[in-house]
Design a binder for this molecule. Structure first.
Ligand SMILES: Cc1cc2nc3c(=O)[nH]c(=O)nc-3n(C[C@H](O)[C@H](O)[C@H](O)COP(=O)(O)OP(=O)(O)OC[C@H]3O[C@@H](n4cnc5c(N)ncnc54)[C@H](O)[C@@H]3O)c2cc1C
Length: 481
C-alpha cells in the first residue's frame, strides 16, 4: 500500500523543503532498514522516512501529512517489541532520532527536560557526577529513547520499587495529529483530568511527543545485591512471593529459568552459573545505608526457606555489574541457542507464578517449541521467550499461536497481556482476552478526541473489527501550507 508515485514525489519535495534533502529517505534500499522494530514477525516498508530536528519541524511535517490525509507514525530507536513503530501499510515514518538533546537539568527541583530522541541511559550518565539518576531502566536502555519509553510506558528491573515511566513523567510537549503544538502537565497536581497519565503508554496513537520533563532522583546511599541459585523453578517462585509478603520492598527482584540461564551463559556476559540450575534470582535492596544489611539478611533468610542451592551477596560492585550485565542482555543471548525468538510480555499476580509457569510448560509441549522465561518477578511481569526457527515450515506461525496462548493463561489468572512492551500489532487480537467489544470501542472514542482521522499510527492496539475507523482517503491533494 502507501501513496501513488506522483503523490509521493510531491510529498517528498515538500518534506525536503521543510527539513532539508538529507533528512528525507524515499528510496526502497534506504527505507527497508525501517521495515520493522524489535518485533520481526510482521514487516512493512514505509513510503518515506523523515527526520525532523525541532518541534516546529515535526509540526510542519504532521500538518502537511494531515492536510493530505496521509497516515504516518512516530519512531524512536525502533527497539519496541510489539510492532508499534512498524509501517505495516506503508505509512510515513517520522523518526525522532535527530531530536536527541538534554535541554535542561534543574537539580534544585529534581527534574530534567529532554527531547524525545534522547537515549534513556544517557540521562543517568549525564547527571551521575552530581549524584542523580533517572529511575526507569529498561534492559534496552543503552539504545531506546525516552520518547519511545513514554509511548510504551516502559518499565525495567528497578521499576518494582520506583515505578514505571508514567510515575516519572511530569510534563510533555506534544504535536497533535493535525500539527497543533500543545503542552501538558508541568505543574504539580494540576487541576483537571490526568492527561499525562493517559498519554503515557498511548503507543504513538495520540500524537508525537516532542519534549519530556521527567523526575530525577538522588542516587541511593547504598545498594546491596544477592544472587540465589535454585534447583527448582517452583522454589524460586515461592521465594519471590514470600519476599514481597514479608514486607520487604526490593529495588529489583529478577528471575531467569533454566533455558534462559543456558542462553545467558553462552552469551557475551556469562557469570559461570552451573548448567543444571533450575532458576536464578537477583534481589537488590537500596536506600539509606543504615538498615540495608539487615534487609538483605532477611531476603537471604526467605531464600533459604525454599531449598536454595546457594545464596550470597555480591562481593564488590564489579561482581554486581557482571550479574546485571548477564541479566540485562538475556533477550539478545537467545540468539546463541535459537535462530529466532519471540518475546512475550504478560503480567500475573505474583502468587500465581508456580501455576502459570507450569501452564507455560504445557504450552511449550503442545507447540513443540522451547520457551525460556525471564521475569521482572517482583511485579509479576513475565517475559516468556518463544524459541523457533523461521526457516522451518510453520514454526513461526506456531510460535505466534503459542505466544497468544501464554497471554491467555496470564489473562485467565487475573493478569494482563502487557506489562511494558505495549500492544502494537502483536497483541491487538489478544486485547479480546481482557476487554469486551464495547470497552474497546469506548477506548477508541477517547483516542478519536486526539486523533479523529486515525492518521497517527493507524491499525495499532485495537483489533479489527472492534470498530473500523475507515480512513476517508480521497485522492490526496498537495496543500501549499
Ligand atoms: C533487548 C531488549 C530489551 C528490552 N527491555 C525492555 C524492558 O526491560 N522494559 C521495557 O519496558 N521495554 C523493553 N524493551 C522494549 C523497548 O525497548 C521499549 O518499548 C522502548 O520504550 C522503546 O523505545 P524506542 O525508542 O525504541 O521506541 P520505538 O520502538 O521506536 O517505538 C515504540 C512505540 O513508541 C512510539 N513512539 C516512539 N517515539 C515516539 C514519540 N516521540 N512520540 C509518540 N510516540 C512515539 C512508536 O510509534 C511506537 O508505537 C526491550 C527491547 C529490547 C530489544
Amino acid at each position: 500500500m502507501g501513496m501513488d508515485s506522483q503523490t509521493k514525489a510531491l510529498i517528498v519535495g515538500r518534506l525536503e523543503q521543510m527539513v532539508g534533502p538529507r533528512a528525507v529517505l524515499h528510496r526502497y534500499e534506504d527505507l527497508v532498514a525501517y521495515e520493522c522494530d524489535g518485533y520481526t514477525i510482521h514487516k512493512g516498508v514505509p513510503s518515506i522516512v523523515v527526520f525532523p530536528k525541532s518541534t516546529q519541524e515535526v509540526s510542519d511535517v504532521v500538518r502537511l501529512l494531515h492536510q493530505n490525509r496521509i497516515p504516518y507514525l512516530p519512531r524512536g530507536a525502533g527497539t519496541g517489541l510489539s510492532g508499534g513503530a512498524t509501517a505495516l501499510n506503508g505509512e510515513v515514518v517520522i523518526s525522532l532520532v535527530r531530536m536527541n538533546k538534554l535541554l535542561d537539568v534543574d537539580y534544585a527541583n529534581r527534574k530534567a527536560v529532554v527531547q524525545p530522541g534522547f537515549v534513556n541511559l544517557k540521562l543517568s550518565n549525564s547527571i551521575a557526577s552530581k549524584g542523580y539518576y533517572y529511575a526507569p531502566d529498561p534492559s534496552s536502555q543503552a539504545a531506546c529513547t525516552i520518547g519511545g519509553n513514554v509511548a510504551e510506558n516502559a518499565g525495567g528491573a528497578h521499576c518494582l520499587k520506583y515505578g514505571v515511566t508514567t510515575n516519572h513523567v511530569i510534563g510533555l510537549e506534544l504535536v497533535l495529529p493535525d500539527g497543533e503544538i500543545v503542552r501538558i502537565g508541568g505543574v504539580p497536581d494540576a487541576p483537571g483530568y490526568d492527561l499525562l497519565g493517559f498519554l503515557t503508554g498511548s503507543e504513538g496513537t495520540m500524537g508525537i511527543v516532542t519534549e519530556i520533563t521527567v523526575r530525577i532522583l538522588r542516587k541511593p546511599q547504598g545498594v546491596l545485591t544477592v544472587l540465589a541459585l535454585y534447583d527448582e523453578v517452583n522454589d524460586a517462585s515461592q521465594a519471590v512471593s514470600d519476599i514481597i509478603s514479608a514486607g520487604i520492598v526490593p529495588a529489583a527482584l529478577e528471575m531467569m529459568d533454566r533455558t534462559a540461564i543456558e542462553a545467558v551463559e553462552s552469551g557475551n556476559y556469562p557469570v559461570g552459573y552451573p548448567s543444571d540450575l533450575g532458576a536464578v534470582l537477583i534481589v537488590e535492596v537500596d536506600g539509606i545505608a543504615a538498615g540495608l544489611q539487615e534487609q538483605i539478611e532477611r531476603v537471604m533468610e526467605v531464600c533459604r526457606k525454599h531449598r536454595v542451592r546457594e545464596v550470597r551477596q555480591s562481593r564488590d560492585p564489579q561482581e554486581r555489574t557482571r550479574w546485571w550485565a548477564n541479566r540485562k542482555t538475556a533477550f539478545g543471548a537467545m540468539g546463541t541457542i535459537s535462530p529466532d525468538y519471540m518475546v512475550q510480555d504478560g503480567v500475573i499476580p505474583r502468587s500465581k507464578l508456580p501455576e502459570v509457569l507450569a501452564r507455560i510448560g504445557e504450552v511449550s509441549s503442545k507447540y513443540g517449541l522451547r520457551i525460556a522465561n525471564v521475569f521482572h518477578a517482583g511485579d509479576g511481569n513475565l517475559h516468556p521467550l518463544i524459541l523457533y526457527n523461521s526457516m522451518e515450515d510453520g514454526e513461526k506461525e506456531r510460535a505466534v499461536r503459542a505466544g497468544s496462548e501464554v497471554l491467555k493463561v496470564c489473562a485467565d489468572v487475573g493478569g494482563s497481556i502487557t506489562g511494558e512492551h505495549g500492544v502494537g500489532i502483536e497483541k491487538m487480537e489478544d486485547m479480546r482476552f481482557i476487554f469486551t467489544e464495547e470497552e474497546m470501542n469506548a477506548q477508541m472514542q477517547v483516542r478519536d478526541v486526539f486523533n479523529p482521522d486515525n492518521l497517527c499510527n493507524p491499525g495499532k492496539v485495537f483489533p479489527k473489527p472492534a470498530r473500523c475507523v475507515e480512513l476517508k482517503r480521497s485522492a490526496p491533494l498537495i496543500h501549499s501550507s
